[in-house]
Write a protein that binds this ligand. Structure first.
Ligand SMILES: Cc1cc2nc3c(=O)[nH]c(=O)nc-3n(C[C@H](O)[C@H](O)[C@H](O)COP(=O)(O)OP(=O)(O)OC[C@H]3O[C@@H](n4cnc5c(N)ncnc54)[C@H](O)[C@@H]3O)c2cc1C
Length: 471
């Protein structure tokens, strides 16, 4: 992405999805001066827009204003891997320790229900995102992965999730779905499978939501940066919005807001996409249900077969930037793109002959305890949603429904879930934050290299669980 990119080009170049979404990315009108409303939503990503959608559906008289610094979908929502999954970043065990077993299970069950809820809301709203509920394959692409993938399935069964939720597939069952390494012998030692995931086009989802809320009377201002939030107001570079309720939905960008620098750490995830593969290639590769896929390595990789027949493939490994800095230049990283391309070539050798047409990335929000949260302080009228650690596509929908209930003062099953009103500790000040996060990244990469050499689980990997959850 060149620094000279402006306007539409600047937005289109952020991802395959934004590039191909067929929407006019010219920013909507900015805020035209001071104004007032009932609910001001800061951030035009999936969190902000699902929240606006749910509030609008529940109370058509509410005056809702969305304030977006760039354009809706500019952030992670327009750039992600398109896994609409039931993943919640906090493991069951950790949630149980904090909130009890029933609450932990309720949170994870709510995530499963959310995958279908996203699908039916998109159908209701007429937003076509190529929703394909093919599930997720977490493959053992090295024998070293088997034990921890099997343990993850067993742990979920311990909590009452059954074979219809998570199960182990034998190598033959995996080959029936996907031919890794051209279906060569020993290409996989099995896989954990869950049906609870749909592949989607995230930019079409986000842009479609923006159009749908606007059509129903929500005011959406783009090119309007919120400088600070306080009880009853959001101060922007184009005027101040006075509102009874102000909702912070800025996720990976939260550190840029006054007073929130250490709330959520911006962690970059990067992606590449191939040109559309010919049907003969898909006959070899498989993924006919458009199953999303990952494997058992520590430095996470993830992919989907897109509706137009590409492989969109992403992973962690980009550095954390000192002081939680976020700039346009960080949205690409040649070293990570090269590593992702090599991994894709290893997993699907047929892709060696196809062009990589897109490379991009973006920040996602990580709370210090890896626990996403949603909440509303009734006294100040300030609310928030975020910290999904890369599992935000469906979680934002759960967040939107929950914020709706909180804003409307309803006590529901949603408002009783353990992530509601959860306050994560703040991140350490620099340079500790930079040292710790980047050391974790290097350790994960080292563990993966060792496992690829020895085909045995690495002790370093066992010692650190840091980069293994979410995307
Ligand atoms: C490369 C990548 C791959 C991912 N893959 C997946 C995946 O496959 N599945 C999954 O579940 N999750 C995935 N995620 C995470 C997921 O995309 C996010 O959790 C989710 O999109 C968060 O939505 P959001 O609306 O909270 O934040 P965002 O989409 O980041 O939206 C925040 C918005 O706020 C705006 N903003 C920021 N600061 C201000 C301000 N001061 N004033 C006004 N507006 C502001 C931004 O411009 C942005 O549009 C991925 C993320 C990345 C980066």
């Amino acid at each position: 992405m060149s620094s000279s990119e402006t306007g539409e080009d600047r937005y289109r170049s952020r991802s395959l999805w934004l590039d191909t979404c067929d929407d006019d990315l010219t920013p909507r009108a900015a805020l035209g001066g001071d104004t007032s409303c009932d609910v001001a939503v800061v951030g035009g990503g999936m969190s902000g827009l699902w929240t606006a959608r749910m509030l609008r559906d529940a109370d058509p008289d509410l005056r809702i204003v969305v304030l977006e610094a760039d354009v809706c979908g500019f952030g992670a929502s327009g750039r992600n891997g398109g896994w609409c999954s039931a993943l919640f970043p906090t493991p069951l065990r950790a949630l149980e320790a904090r909130s009890g077993r029933a609450a932990a299970v309720a949170q994870h069950r709510a995530m499963i229900d959310t995958v279908d809820a996203v699908g039916s809301d998109l159908t209701r709203l007429g937003i076509d995102v190529g929703f394909a509920r093919g599930g997720t394959l977490a493959m053992a692409t090295d024998p070293a992965h088997v034990r921890r993938l099997r343990r993850a399935v067993a742990e979920r069964h311990d909590y009452g999730f059954d074979e219809t939720d998570d199960r182990w597939l034998t190598p033959d069952e995996v080959v029936a779905r996907v031919r890794l390494r051209d279906g060569g012998p020993d290409a996989t030692a099995g896989a954990a499978f869950t049906p609870h995931c749909a592949a989607v086009d995230p930019a079409r989802l986000t842009r479609g939501l923006a159009r749908s809320v606007e059509a129903d009377g929500v005011v959406v201002h783009e090119g309007t940066r919120v400088l600070s939030l306080g009880p009853g107001e959001a101060r922007t570079d184009h005027g101040t919005v006075c509102a009874e309720v102000v909702l912070r939905c800025t996720e990976g960008y939260t550190a840029g807001l006054d007073g929130h620098r250490r709330d959520l750490l911006p962690l970059y995830s990067m992606m590449i996409a191939t040109e559309p593969l010919p049907p003969e290639a898909w006959e070899v590769i498989g993924l006919e249900q458009r199953e999303t896929f990952t494997d058992g390595r520590h430095l996470l990789v993830y992919g989907q077969r897109t509706r137009d027949g590409r492989l969109a493939f992403g992973g962690r490994g980009a550095p954390y930037h000192f002081g939680s800095r976020i700039t346009d230049g960080q949205d690409r990283n040649t070293r990570v793109a090269t590593a992702l391309t090599e991994t894709l070539h290893d997993l699907f050798p047929l892709t060696r002959d196809v062009r990589i047409t897109h490379h991009w990335g973006g920040p996602l929000g990580v709370p210090r305890d890896w626990t996403a949260s949603v909440g509303l302080d009734r006294r100040s009228g300030l609310g928030w949603a975020g910290g999904y650690v890369g599992d935000g596509v469906s979680t934002t929908h759960l967040a939107g429904r929950t914020l709706r209930d909180l804003v409307l003062g309803r006590e529901t099953d949603l408002t009783r879930l353990p992530w509601v009103a959860h306050c994560s500790p703040r991140w350490e000040p620099e340079p500790l934050r930079w040292l710790g996060v980047n050391a974790g990244r290097v350790a994960a990469a080292t563990a993966d290299r060792r496992e690829a050499r020895t085909h045995r689980p690495s002790a370093i990997g066992r010692a650190m669980g840091w980069f293994t959850g979410g995307h």
